[in-house]
Ligand binder design. Sequence first.
Ligand code: HEC
Length: 143
Amino acid sequence: MKIKNQISLGVLALASLTFACGGGESSSESTSTTSPAASSSAPAKEMSLEEKYQDDPIYIKGLEKVKGSDCQSCHMVERKIVGPSYAEVAAKYESTEENVTMLAQKVINGGVGVWGEVPMPAHPGLSEEDAKDMVRYVLLLKK
Ligand code: HEC
């Protein structure tokens, strides 16, 4: 009699199923360095209106005449004092022949009510031509 030990070698090779579950290589380097050095939007120094128009013949001629009168005691180019700044006046009116004539008349005759309760005195000594040159200069001073 032969006893055969049939050893069913059901050797299921459950061999080392070593799942290499991402051994150590977790490269989760969040190197999203937000660069703060960029986008430094420093605005270029703004040119003054005087600088901007200094070479314009209308500017040169008008300034000469304005300086020869009393305008500067009530008007500045970019700041309101007694009267509106020239820049404000320039922003309000297009430099058309019509507006120049109208405003020149106002400088000569004086006026009130457009910018407030303070009146502009008359300048009866000014010729219409001089007043117009002054107004053209004022209306040139747009930002
Ligand atoms: C005593 C102060 C004073 C003096 C001097 C003066 N202004 Fe005026 N000016 C004013 C005031 C105040 C106003 C605003 C008047 C208004 O509200 O209608 C004005 C307004 C104006 C306006 C705008 C007018 C409008 O209807 O929008 C012009 C242009 C102007 N002045 C030009 C001149 C010129 C050029 C001179 C010099 C010849 C001059 N001003 C001298 C006070 C003055």
